[in-house]
Design a protein. Structure first.
Length: 357
């Protein structure tokens, strides 16, 4: 089984495709707000803005507004990202930008992001904190900061994003992860400025993706531990079945030491284990066969899965490893944990000894 990588996650997280966020130059540092006069509930960015405001990541103005359509500066974008990522903004090293000093309110945020490698300045050695955050720069910073699960493997649909542009891969990664989308189906407008509302939505969507990926990863780790644990079933003092894992070949081998009791006992091992249901596993597929619901009728499902596997058994010339053998069977487990869909697959060898070994 291949090691889990960024682009192996399968998750379903309902995220709107709108845009949105911001902070203000003269902000009110009072208690968390529950609404802004200029952010109606009908706004695509309403939920994201309130999400960040209630967590103290963004703030509105003293007049009760948020000014969602105002342009976001690079300084304010740095604050939002650093707080969202929970970076240490005090114990930082000087990033060396000519126009940045320790007395500026945004110094710690910019330095923390720069120290982590998430943000950089311009070729002239400046950071330009008061310059607008463009869609191209936001794409790079968000991609690097949140390590988005799906990589940019799709074709570039945007006529105004050259494949050789420094931001091209980052733009496609954000679009593939549905953090944002183009201004049209064929334009992205990389040099356009990001609004306060748009940044809010970008950040919340990215946080949701990270959460989804983490939940899927944690669940799959638990599943892997259960499926690959070496175990055996005995009857009348004799071992009738066994599951073992070869770390070198990353393969699970399931052995039945006799055709009747051995095969029946296999239903308690490996990916047949009842422990998997508690982790959210709901369906299993053998090779390219049908998707089997393993929740509704557990006994029947186990029997169906076993039959699909045993149909692949063949008599080998060398019967050292079994009278009947099926190698390299791809077994895929599907499920859901905390609303996040996931899948994990295993390569399985099935060995059956017709009589007692």
């Amino acid at each position: 089984m291949k090691k889990t990588m960024r682009n192996t996650f399968l998750y379903t997280f309902i995220i709107s495709l709108a845009a949105g966020l911001s902070i203000a130059a003269s902000v009110s540092a009072h208690a968390a707000v529950t609404s802004f006069k200029d952010v109606p509930k009908s706004s695509d960015h309403h939920a994201a803005i309130l999400n960040l405001a209630e967590r103290g990541i963004i703030q509105g103005y003293e007049d009760g507004t948020f000014q969602p359509d105002a342009t976001l500066t690079r300084a304010h974008a740095s604050k939002i990202l650093a707080l969202s990522l929970k970076l240490d903004t005090r114990n930082v090293k000087d990033p060396g930008f000519k126009d940045l000093n320790k007395n500026q309110w945004y110094y710690g945020y910019v330095a923390a992001l720069a120290n982590a490698g998430y943000i950089s300045g311009f070729e002239d050695g400046t950071f330009r904190p008061n310059a607008p955050m463009t869609r191209a720069h936001a794409s790079k910073i968000i991609d690097l900061s949140y390590k988005l699960p799906l990589e940019a493997n799709s074709e570039n649909p945007f006529k105004d994003v050259s494949n050789s542009a420094w931001y091209a891969k980052h733009v496609r990664t954000l679009v593939e992860n549905k953090v944002t989308k183009g201004k049209t189906s064929i334009t992205f407008e990389p040099n356009a400025n990001v609004t306060r509302a748009q940044m809010a939505s970008f950040v919340v969507r990215s946080e949701d993706l990270v959460r989804a990926a983490n939940i899927a990863e944690e669940t799959k780790t638990k599943i892997r531990a259960i499926v690959l644990e070496n175990s055996a079933i005995e009857k009348d003092g004799k071992k009738v079945s066994q599951a073992s894992y070869d770390q070198k070949t990353d393969t699970l081998t399931m052995t039945a030491f006799n055709r009747d009791e051995g095969l029946k006992a296999i239903q308690g091992l490996g990916f047949f284990s009842d422990k998997l249901l508690a982790l959210g596993v709901s369906h299993i597929r053998i090779a390219d066969g049908p998707l089997i619901n393993v929740v509704d009728n557990r006994t029947a499902a186990k029997q169906q899965l076993q039959e699909l596997m045993t149909d692949m058994l063949k008599a080998p010339k060398d019967k050292t490893n079994g009278d009947l053998v099926a190698n390299n069977i791809k077994v895929t487990l599907f499920g859901q944990s905390e609303g996040i869909q996931f899948w994990e697959y295993f390569i399985v060898n099935l060995r059956v000894f017709v009589g007692e070994k």
